[in-house]
Design a protein around this ligand. Structure first.
Ligand code: HEC
Ligand code: HEC
Length: 489
């Protein structure tokens, strides 16, 4: 199977070979028996691809962009070559990785459903669960999203006509049966009653484009779930004892912590160090970052815990509570991680291991997700062009945010004092540092604020912070231009 761009390269390649009089590769000669056929085909291909003599000349010079395209075409033409093996592997990994990112629970239903009984709270008493249940309206209001592609046409029609009861938890269960709730899988028994539920990466790292209705549309993998209130959702679980036992606090305190995060935030270290609030009393969750534009970036997470795949294992096993292996002796440090040192979660060997075999494809898929481009008209182009100059020169931003990856190639960590903020979150990481955020796609996640805890409500506040902390003496105009540039990345 070829992807669209590769098909085009392939066509261009054939056109060029014919144009240059090189004829076909040996393996294809039997497919194209005569020069006459070649000639006709060449004309047709030239017509469709618009390949020019200039492009032919470019392709003929080794090391040029044209030569690169030729290599792509040749690789796909000879599936038995190692080039072909690599291409096929890449395609397979993307397909597998996408499936894992969207649909793999890693067995986490044993925790969220079987243990916490969260599915019971979603179903509500009328549907065999507990409490009032979660209606689609409530689900959407806490930031859950619906994948429109998973809805049958008949249901879409009923939704358009306002014939679906969005106040009834039974409708939420129907949506779960259709596997349309992004990042959540319901498990149903033979009678159609919900018996458990698990979660996926997509819960926090996907959204939808709202093309059908607010909260309902096509999936956007890698985009951070800015609206999602993870804490409130978890706090609905009938059984929060596993958290209160682990943290050594009562259930009311667990609920208070879960309710403190707010939309677009989650605390992925709480179960390790038990630090539920900052010393100033503010919430301790971090902004859910995007999982796009990560290729070429060395360390990941706000505090540089490790690589993408390190973090994937960490999250799948210790946060999503999937069944699998996670190993990092840093968490045996009693001073920094008292809770983990006691629970032993830095050396988790869940059986069966449903995580490790999925790490490669999952990693590959995330690296394949580019940062989305800002929509036309969402920023002022002239101002952004001027802002780029500020970013690179007077603002000194590019010394750390090195374009085009916008983080340092190499060790991309900084002491809190280098960026003028407190060390609370950095000190929760083995690095005690903050990682230079890759900035592409900033425009797509404006809601939860900027910096690891969202302390700056908007980009202008970020710029003002750097201006005063680093003594940049930017004029009002320069600050505005810099913001427009940040919106254009
Ligand atoms: C409950 C919400 C939640 C779920 C589920 C979740 N994440 Fe995350 N993810 C976060 C938060 C919050 C962070 C930031 C953590 C930090 O820096 O302390 C994060 C960070 C990341 C990062 C680092 C991005 C960067 O800026 O470099 C990657 C990559 C990532 N997650 C991938 C995944 C994958 C893959 C899965 C599924 C195995 C997953 N996440 C599941 C909330 C979640
Ligand atoms: C000394 C290195 C350094 C310099 C110089 C620097 N940054 Fe940063 N930047 C960082 C680090 C580290 C973070 C992560 C902060 C955190 O995790 O809270 C960051 C975060 C950001 C963010 C927030 C990203 C997000 O997703 O929330 C923006 C925006 C940003 N920087 C823009 C700039 C601009 C504009 C400049 C120039 C005026 C600049 N930076 C200069 C290191 C730097």
């Amino acid at each position: 199977m070829m992807i669209e761009g590769e098909k085009r390269f392939d066509r261009v390649w054939w056109t060029l070979r014919i144009g240059l009089g090189l004829g076909a590769d040996q393996g294809h000669q039997r497919l194209l028996p005569s020069v006459a056929v070649l000639g006709v085909l060449g004309l047709v291909l030239i017509f469709f691809t618009g390949a020019s003599v200039g492009a032919a000349a470019e392709a003929a010079s080794p090391g040029s962009a044209g030569a690169e395209k030729r290599a792509t075409g040749a690789a796909l033409n000879t599936p038995s070559s190692f080039d072909g093996v690599v291409t096929k592997n890449a395609q397979k990994m993307i397909v597998q990785g996408r499936r894992i990112f969207r649909f793999e629970t890693f067995g986490s239903e044993a925790f969220w459903g079987d243990t916490l009984q969260l599915h019971q709270a979603i179903a509500g008493e009328k549907n065999g669960g507990v409490g009032a249940g979660v209606s689609p309206k409530t689900a959407l209001s806490v930031g859950l999203k619906v994948d429109a592609d998973a809805l049958p046409d008949s249901l879409k029609q009923q939704l358009r006509e306002g014939k679906v009861d969005l106040d009834d938890p039974a409708t939420t269960l129907a949506l779960l049966k259709l596997n349309s709730v992004v990042g959540v899988t319901g498990y149903f028994d033979k009678n159609g009653s919900i018996r458990s539920m698990g979660i996926q990466c997509a819960l926090c790292h996907s959204t939808v484009d709202n093309s059908f209705a607010p909260g309902i549309g096509k999936r956007l993998d890698g985009w951070s779930a800015n609206d999602l209130n993870v804490g409130v959702i978890v706090s609905l679980a009938p059984n929060l004892k596993p958290f209160s036992d682990l943290l050594g606090v009562d259930v009311a305190t667990v609920k208070k912590v879960l309710n403190s995060w707010g939309p677009g935030r989650y605390d992925a270290v709480l179960d390790k160090d038990g630090k539920a609030f900052r010393p100033d009393g503010k919430q301790a969750g971090t902004v859910i970052p995007p999982a796009f534009g990560l290729a070429g970036v060395n360390l990941h997470t706000w505090t540089g815990f490790g690589s993408v795949t390190y973090w994937n294992a960490y999250v799948a096993v210790t946060q999503m509570h999937g069944s699998g292996t996670f190993f990092d002796p840093h968490f045996n440090n009693k001073d920094q991680y008292p809770v983990a040192a006691k629970s032993g979660s830095g050396n988790t060997r869940g059986k069966p291991d449903l995580v490790t075999s999925k790490l490669a494809a999952l990693h590959f898929y995330q690296l394949a997700i580019p940062a989305p481009k800002p929509p036309a008209g969402s920023f002022n182009k002239d101002a952004a062009t001027r802002g780029k100059e500020i970013f690179n020169v007077k603002g000194q931003c590019a010394t750390c945010h090195v374009p085009p990856i916008f983080t340092e190639p190499g060790n991309n960590l900084h002491a809190p004092s280098e960026i003028g903020i407190d060390s609370f979150q950095a000190d929760r990481s083995p690095t005690h540092m903050y990682r230079t955020s890759p900035l592409a796609g900033l425009w797509s996640h404006p809601k939860a604020g900027f910096y690891h805890d969202g302390r700056f409500a908007n980009l202008r506040e970020v710029v003002d912070h750097y201006d005063s902390f680093r003594g940049l003496k930017l004029t009002e105009q320069e600050k505005e231009d810099l913001v427009e540039y940040l919106k254009s990345l």
